[in-house]
Design a protein around this ligand. Structure first.
Ligand code: SF4
Ligand code: SF4
Length: 461
């Protein structure tokens, strides 16, 4: 019996990357013209760019990535924070500090501890979290995750509240994804780690995560359950980055074909030092130059998919990557269970390169000419899945992102600002509002800013 064709076809991918070495300059220029019109790229076209060698082609790729970023996302950069709730894990993932071979005292937050963590995050101004947990059906069942989400949504500290809880937990069943949907998660995030099966099976030494096919089809089950926003990602450095980017593109096209919508976001972590992980062992570790190429090519290929970078990267690297495609960054992250309360160093999942406070990150973004945003509007306005994508593709998303960014920044000044910070932020808000072209939107923003001064919160369009 013939085996069903899988959407990740290694032989085909290698062939495509090999053939891409022969692609003519004229064809590269045609592909770049297409990207320049914000039309996105097919995976075959992405393969051609991944194999491009000429500096003039790369110059143009970086220029177009910057143009797409500016045109579609404008100046706003959305902020979020991870919240590690449990580091129990039954898997042996070679690259991860939580791997079950690592000996440290594991823990899971009680609901009181969750409230404490969330209080600290709310005091920083955060409105959007990514809940993170290792895989352990006994110590960390789906019911525990659901209870965490309920606790997080219920927790209000002064004017603070978490308005969107994204969830990054292990691949699971349709039934469990339905439970996550019903409780109101934002995006379901799951990193593929690597699309290369042999590498996948090697680095996932033991545990349920070792099952490549079950892991790779997790988004199919999530979407079958009705979750519309899924966030993919690769841990760059496990295998050749060209293969991985092509894998991401094929995965995205598969979801589009099956469910009408691809990745809502793509995260781009890369191998870094963590307890028990030694980077020099990874021969595919990605250098800074190649990392920029990865971000730029993904930006060209899927212009409407949000791109996320974590505090694994330094401030300098984050600044460069934001210019060429990153639309969301984490701020003041702790990558430990209970870490916001204790900031312990023991047992962290990976090391943090950018250790600035949330306010420092916000200052820095403003200094870079960007607008920090705590916006969560789309999900709460039901702009998810293909409704989000059609708004994004029409080019109109910027018309809501900017006003929402300005309104959340205003909210931040009122609740967490100080005189020096507020002077700077208010000047930016006034300037940007003045330049909103649509009169109706401008009037609405002005009205909402005044309503916030009068005490209202959580206004968005
Ligand atoms: Fe567990 Fe996830 Fe770490 Fe693997 S990557 S050891 S599943 S926490
Ligand atoms: Fe994101 Fe939508 Fe807010 Fe824009 S308006 S920042 S796309 S949630």
């Amino acid at each position: 019996m013939q085996q069903e064709k899988f959407f990740i076809d290694e032989v085909y991918m290698n062939q495509l990357l090999n053939q891409a070495k022969q692609v003519s300059d004229a064809e590269i220029e045609r592909i770049l013209d297409k990207a320049d019109r914000f039309e996105g790229l097919q995976h075959e076209e992405v393969a051609a760019l991944l194999m491009a060698e000429k500096p003039e082609h790369w110059d143009r790729i970086f220029r177009i990535a910057g143009k797409i970023k500016e045109h579609i996302y404008g100046e706003r950069v959305v902020l979020f924070a991870p919240l590690y709730v449990s580091d129990y894990c039954v898997n042996k993932c070679e690259y991860c500090g939580f791997n079950c071979d690592n000996q440290f005292e594991r823990r899971q937050l009680t609901m009181d501890e969750i409230r404490k963590e969330v209080e600290i995050l709310e005091k920083m101004g955060h409105k959007r979290l990514a809940i993170e947990a290792g895989e352990d059906p006994k110590n960390c069942p789906i019911e525990y995750i659901l209870e965490c989400i309920r606790t997080i949504y219920d927790m209000k500290f002064e004017n603070g509240e978490i308005r969107r809880a994204n969830v990054n937990i292990a691949a699971t069943t349709v039934e469990n994804y339905k439970k996550l949907l019903d409780i109101g998660i934002g995006t379901y995030i799951l990193f593929q780690e690597t699309y290369h099966k042999e590498t996948y099976e090697r680095v996932h030494v033991a545990g349920p995560k070792k099952n490549y096919r079950y892991h790779t089809t997790a988004f199919d089950r999530a979407m079958e359950a009705g979750i519309e926003d899924v966030g993919g990602g690769v841990l760059f450095g496990l295998y050749d980055y060209r293969f991985e980017v092509l894998g991401l593109m094929l995965h995205n096209e598969h979801l589009e074909e099956m469910f009408g919508v691809g990745f809502h976001t793509i995260s781009v972590p890369r191998i870094c030092d963590a307890d028990g992980v030694d980077r020099v062992r990874y021969k595919y570790a990605v250098d800074d130059e190649s990392f920029k190429k990865i971000v730029a090519i993904i930006r060209l290929a899927v212009p409407f998919t949000g791109m996320i970078i974590s505090t694994r990267e330094t401030a300098e690297m984050r600044a460069e990557l934001i210019k060429m495609g990153i639309s969301q960054v984490s701020a003041a992250s702790s990558v430990e269970v209970g870490g916001y309360a204790m900031r312990e160093k023991k047992g962290s999942q990976f090391s943090v390169a950018d250790e600035r406070s949330a306010k420092e990150v916000i200052y820095w973004l403003m200094d870079e000419g960007l607008i920090p945003s705590f916006c969560t509007a789309c999900y709460r306005k039901c702009r998810t899945g293909d409704r989000f994508m059609s708004l994004a593709k029409s080019g109109n998303i910027k018309n809501v992102c900017l006003p929402n960014a300005l309104m959340t920044l205003k909210e931040y000044t009122l609740d967490y600002g100080d005189p020096v910070f507020n002077e700077k932020a208010e000047a930016i808000i006034a300037d940007k509002v003045r330049n909103i072209e649509n009169d109706k939107i401008q009037a609405l923003v002005l009205e909402n800013l005044a309503r916030m001064d009068a005490g209202e919160r959580d206004l968005y369009i």
